[in-house]
Design a protein around this ligand. Structure first.
Ligand code: FE
Ligand code: FE
Ligand code: MG
Length: 167
């Protein structure tokens, strides 16, 4: 990257690159989990849930893009092999083997909670140290918070629907 751009970073760039590379793996796995879940989802409210999962998939892919661009800008290389996503991920991958709406919502809520923790940590370590990464992380964190909320709201609607059907 440019010399001055690197000079303003008040922290260990290699340490930062390590964390960003892990986040990159998380984003690809999250993208895939949502993308496939959106196609497989079954049960009550499957259309609404499928649309939300697909929207989130698109946003996770954009996160992967943002993180990759910053890694490259910092002079690093994003993880190049999908097989390594599993090795370096923070949040892992929950296969949508059970396509039931409730299961998919719960799996993805778990993923979002992990992502929120990961980006909060990145936000804390880049604050006052690397304003460019900080700004990107804040943008992503805002969307992960929104994702968790969207999925929790759908799960609540699902529970209310199930209750109404029993009455
Ligand atoms: Fe994301
Ligand atoms: Fe997300
Ligand atoms: Mg959404």
């Amino acid at each position: 990257m440019g010399s001055k751009g690197r000079e303003i970073i008040g922290m260990d760039v290699d340490e930062l690159l390590g964390l960003l590379r892990r986040a990159f793996c998380d984003e690809w796995l999250a993208y895939h989990q949502y993308w496939l879940g959106a196609k497989l989802v079954k049960g009550p409210m499957k259309d609404a849930v499928g649309a939300e999962l697909l929207q989130h998939a698109t946003e996770e892919l954009l996160h992967a893009d943002m993180v990759a661009m910053r890694i490259i800008q910092l002079g690093g290389t994003p993880v190049t092999k999908p097989a390594e996503w599993y090795i370096h991920t923070n949040c892992g991958y929950e296969a949508p083997d059970d396509p039931f709406v409730k299961t998919l919502l719960e799996q993805n809520i778990k993923g979002e909670r992990c992502a929120i923790g990961v980006y909060k940590k990145l936000l804390d370590i880049t604050r006052d140290k690397d304003p460019v990464t900080y700004n990107m992380v804040l943008t992503i964190l805002q969307q992960e918070v929104e994702h968790e909320e969207d999925l929790q709201a759908l799960l609540e609607d699902y529970e209310l629907l199930v209750r109404a059907m029993k009455e």
